[in-house]
Design a protein around this ligand. Sequence first.
Ligand code: HEM
Length: 120
Amino acid sequence: MAKTLYERLGGADGIARLVEDAVDAHLSNPVVKTRCENTKDIEHAKKMSREFFCAGAGGPETYTGRDMLAAHRGMNISEQEYVAVVDDILGAMDKNNLGADEKKDVLAILYSLKGDIIRV
Ligand code: HEM
């Protein structure tokens, strides 16, 4: 049977590395650096992001955080910030030697969420 996206991303360990690298990238990305630095509990946000990606990619984990609309409501996130975050995630995938098929699949998921994140 075809491998799930979760398996192709390296399971929970692979996704944990992606989250670390994406957050590191946000912290040195001038477009989203300040928002990231001002997040009160970054460890909690990382844990939620790990769960979110694991569950969304077909892993056995349960996502215990808020839905994307509730999590981002009132932040007035711009299109530019959204693209910056997506670019950081794709960059983290490059850093972890993931392939074009995996990047396409992740991009499709991220794109499907934009209406719940940008200017909500
Ligand atoms: C691109 C797709 C995105 C995904 C999949 C995503 C995912 C998540 C997840 C899973 C959480 C945790 C929710 C919770 O704690 O219940 C979260 C929180 C957060 N997100 Fe996003 N996010 C995205 C884009 C963005 C963008 C573009 C920004 C702003 C530049 C942003 C800023 C934040 C902040 C500041 C928090 C922490 C909120 C808090 O401290 O309560 N996110 N996000």
